[in-house]
Structure formats: structure tokens, C-alpha cells
Design a protein around this ligand. Sequence first.
Ligand code: ADP
Ligand code: MG
Length: 357
Amino acid sequence: RLVDVTKKFRQIGGSGEVIAVDNVNLSIESGELVTLLGPSGCGKTTTLRMVAGFESVTSGKLFLGDEMIESVPPNKRDMAMMFQSYALFPHMTVYNNIRYGLKIKKLPEAEITQRTNQIIELMQIKGMENRLPSQISGGQQQRVALARAVVIEPKVLLFDEPLSNLDAKLREYMRDELRALQKRLGITSLYVTHDQSEAMAISDKVVLMNAGRIVQVGTPLDLYNEPATLFVAEFIGKSNFLPCEIKEKNDDGIESVILGARITVPSPGKNFSFFKGEATAVIRPEFIRVLEKEDGQFTGVVRKTVFFGNFVEYEIEIKNRIIKVESYCPLEKKIYQVEDVVGIAVNLDGIRLLKNN
Ligand code: ADP
Ligand code: MG
């Protein structure tokens, strides 16, 4: 648990300070995988390093269970960290890499052997115990690094962008494998990434950060469907941002004018509290359908068509604005072409209303 955690760095050569982490409050439940997500420089690594103890907190408190840990040295915190480069010892065999942490702990030899063999079994790295890290693949190296972290049975596993060195295919594979293992072992995990799709795919909870602060915490589904701010809607998934005038509230929803059309928005969002005036309507591309002309709430002109196989991406001009649409199952449907005049139907349940920045 992080309570009012702040980290300030003194600027090198300068007189000022950088507030890298700004009053962060966060609870991670036992067995959960929680991801810190956000753009480069938003304070993810610094937060993780404070949890690990590699960086001191400027102010605030850290708890592991009921124990206050901000002055406990890193090797006494009962955590293990997995880095971007797996940091395996290159001159040690896979077997010795894995048992290293147990040797440091000076456990009895019989127990070291038993636990090492158990984790080798569990992680399915049997048969490569006597190889050096350079003699196994990137994916296998990652599994060994994970085995080495897990074998000491830490209370918490920490990950800092562990997949960013891998190519796209292996990254997806390792992502799913890592998540499956984490669930199987039930190890509480704090994971850092700047990749929103990776965060969505593996997390119980996502913590979206910007400029040192937490912007929103929620399940992946919540962050996608109920963005609290325009920043969240922009960072997670794709969206259309349309100027909107909020008129009034009635039993059917929020009366508003979006691109000149009068629309009652039935579910403006869990985080919406009523106000009148200028706002932004956020609409995901999959909540918009392209129709044979003059149907739906709007009429537009197709400006771009890209066929991706499982869906078609359109850019459609409505009133001098470009709207992005994703249309699935094109097999059964017509693919519209540039210059086609089309009708646009928005799924009203998919519209969220947010305050302008
Ligand atoms: P992220 O991991 O989200 O990319 P970091 O936590 O690495 O972000 O950095 C957050 C901010 O703190 C950045 O502005 C970065 O330049 C600054 N920062 C990080 N480490 C140091 C340091 N040791 N000294 C000074 N500034 C730092
Ligand atoms: Mg980082």
C-alpha cells in the first residue's frame, strides 16, 4: 500500500526540483496483478523503485501487509524484481542462475535443490538446466529470469517493462505466459509498462499515471468503457472526440447537440456529473456503423478505406470533421469506397460525455 507517496529529484546542475511522483495513493490486494501505465517520464519506474527500495521516498508511507517498509533495505523487503534485460548471470548455467537467490539466503543444500527442481518443473524449463543463458532463446531466458525471481518465494514481484526487448509475436506469447504463471502462483505483482494493450491484456487493475500523478485506477474494462477524463480516453484505445453542447437532463438521459444533431445520451458515463454547456462526446470507432446513404443520425462522405481482414477502418467526413469507424465482419457487408456518401449510425449507449480540458 502506498500512502501519499512523493518523490522529488534535485535537477542535475540546476537549482530546481523534479516532482517525479506526486502524492500517490494506491492499494494492491494480495494475489493481484496491478499495472502502472502511462507515457514516458510519468513516474512509473520511480514508483516501482521506491516500492523495491532502490529509491527512497521523499515523503509518504509504504506498507507490506501491516509492516511499514520505507526504511527497510531492499534485500529485506521480501520482493523480487524482473528487469527489462533479464539480468541473468551470463557465466552461470540456468540451474545455478535459478538457485542463486536461495544460496544467498544460506538455506540448507537439500532445500535449495528441492526448491530449484520444483520451480524448474513448474516453469517447464527441464532439459536446459546445464545451458548458459546465451544458449537458450529470448523467451526461455525470460522464463529462467522469472524462475529465479519466483524461487525465493517473495511476497511481491515487481516488473519494469519486462517484454519491451522482444519482437511483437514473442512479446504477446510471453505476456500471456507470464500472466498465466502469475495467476497460477498467486503472487502479488506490480507491473510497469507504457503499452496500453499490454496493460489491458494482463492486469487485474490498471493505474493510469500522467506527470507523476494517478489519473484513474480501475479494471481494464472500466478504463476502456468509463474514462474519467479526456486523457484516459485518449491514452486507452482509439476514440473520436466530438464537440458537444450539453442542454439539459431528462428521464431518458442527457440532451445534447453533437455535430449539429440533437442527441439524447442515455449513459453519459459512471464518472459524469451533470453540467450545461460545452463538452466533448467520446465515441469509440466500433460504436459507429456505416449505412447505405441518408440513414442514421448523420450523413458523411468516405475519405479513407483500409481493409484489415477482420475489420475495415474508415475515415468519414461529417461537417468538416473526420470520424474514425471500425466495421467488423466485412464478409457479409459492403465495403464502402472513397467519395461514397453514407449514413452514419452511432450506438447511443457507447457515447460518453467528458469535460473539456
Ligand atoms: P517512467 O518510468 O514513467 O518513464 P520515470 O519514473 O523514469 O518515468 O521518471 C519520472 C521523472 O523523474 C522524469 O521526469 C525523469 O526525468 C525524472 N527522474 C527519474 N529518475 C531521476 C533521477 N535519478 N534524477 C533526476 N530525475 C530523475
Ligand atoms: Mg520507466
